[in-house]
Design a protein around this ligand. Structure first.
Ligand code: PLP
Length: 403
């Protein structure tokens, strides 16, 4: 990241000291591990720590806990336990799905993939690597709201298409994609449909059968489990070649000793996140709308993405004439954790590929701010966010380098 110097005069010292509030508004990057998830995982570190593949009693107890977690996760997604493969997270799940489907396609002489230009890098870089291996990839352009329609996908599918990969919800702008319609198109055309549902699982109801996905990626740390664990739903009957070779774990689809504490934490976090989901969503929706309305009153500020088809917890705004990093660092001084877009993209000063793909005016692309909420934030937190963003934007706009 390019070093950013915010002159200390930019932030009123007294104001900084007076503010003892901390507001975590980067939940799309990682959520805290819930108490329920942590409590359920703890015994598997110290007491029930055996390898689930071992045949002694302790091993069998571990295997039984693994099966129970698998059943809970599968049931929460409307899947069967045999259709869930545990992975190290969303990135690996996307790689397994895309590389696996590509390998299946290649066996039939099909080497064309359809995806969107606003996917996560876990999908995009996988597709780029496959291009270097002789595949062709169509990157569909989303509209201004970030939506890629089923019609666009239908038009892009050809005789050699082996996979369509379109995300369920965008990680930067929160846009909810019409994936059910897209899945139906793929089914009709006999093409595998993968969806990166990393930002959706635990936040909106996801049922693999209602959705019609063949492959669906999810990641624990996005809904209150530990980092380093995720999963891929693989529809029964699809035999994806493994990415990681070794032992026979996960029925030969992903080698390596299963991280039981993480997996248990993921099953409990998922169940917990789906409890009272409607009430939590309504609360976040009201807070999101309050934030958007209040911040749009600032001059030269736009909302990125869709107002209607949007995750309840996602706010993504751009401020003309402001560098996103400066705004995030200034908000950090107010005790606020926010992001410019995706966590993976922050740390680079590259303009967001998502904002570019949706046709954001260039003068707004570099000044984006993502506030991703959780149901734990109070209305006072929201008012504090509003006041801090307003103050930061005004201060940055007053600085010569941002003028
Ligand atoms: N896909 C999406 C949409 C994401 O938001 C993320 C993480 O930000 C990933 C994939 C990667 O997930 P993980 O961090 O578990 O590897």
């Amino acid at each position: 990241m390019t070093p950013v110097n915010i002159p200390s005069a930019a932030l009123d010292a007294a104001e900084r000291l007076a503010s003892k509030r901390f507001v975590y508004a980067d939940n799309a990057a990682s959520m805290p591990v819930t108490e329920r998830a942590l409590k359920a995982a703890l015994p598997f570190f110290t007491e029930d720590f055996a390898n689930p593949s071992a045949i002694h009693t302790m091993g069998m107890n571990a295997a039984s806990a693994l099966l129970s977690a698998r059943k809970k996760i599968a049931s929460a997604l409307g899947a069967g336990p045999r259709e869930i493969v545990f992975t190290s997270g969303g990135t690996e799940s996307d790689n397994l799905a895309i590389r696996g489907a590509a390998a299946l396609g290649a066996r039939q002489g099909k080497r064309h993939i359809v995806t969107s230009a606003a996917e996560h890098h876990a999908v995009l870089n996988c597709c780029k690597a496959l291009e270097a291996e002789g595949f062709t990839v169509t990157y569909l352009s989303p509209d201004r709201e970030g939506i890629v329609t089923a019609g666009q996908v239908a038009d892009a599918i050809g005789d050699s298409t082996c996979l369509v990969s379109i995300m369920t919800a965008n990680n930067e702008i929160g846009t909810l994609m019409p994936v059910t319609e897209t899945a139906a198109v793929c089914r009709e055309r006999g093409v595998l449909f993968h969806t990166d549902a990393v930002q959706a699982v635990g936040h909106i109801p996801v049922d693999v059968n209602a959705l019609g996905a063949d492959l669906l990626s999810f990641s624990g740390h996005k809904f209150g489990a530990m980092k380093g664990v995720g999963g891929l739903y693989i529809r029964e009957g699809i035999s994806l070649p493994p990415l990681i070779l070794g032992g026979p774990q996960e029925r030969g689809r992903r080698a390596g000793t299963e991280p039981l504490p993480q997996i248990v934490s993921m099953s409990e976090a998922l169940i917990g996140s789906l409890e009272d989901l409607e009430a939590k969503t309504l609360k976040m929706l009201a807070q999101r709308e309050r934030l958007i309305n209040a911040l749009l009153s600032l001059p030269d500020c736009i909302l990125n993405g869709s107002r209607e088809h949007r995750l309840a917890g996602n706010v993504n705004l751009s401020f003309k004439g402001i560098e996103s990093e400066n705004l995030i660092l200034m908000l950090d001084m107010y005790g606020i954790s926010a992001s410019g877009g995706s966590a993976c993209a922050s740390g680079t000063s590259e303009p967001s590929h998502v904002l570019t793909a949706i046709g954001t005016p260039p003068e707004y692309v570099k000044g984006s701010l993502r506030l991703s909420l959780s149901d734990k934030l109070s209305d006072e937190d929201i008012e504090y966010l509003i006041a801090s963003v307003k103050a930061s934007v005004e201060k940055l706009r007053g600085l010569p380098s941002n003028a």
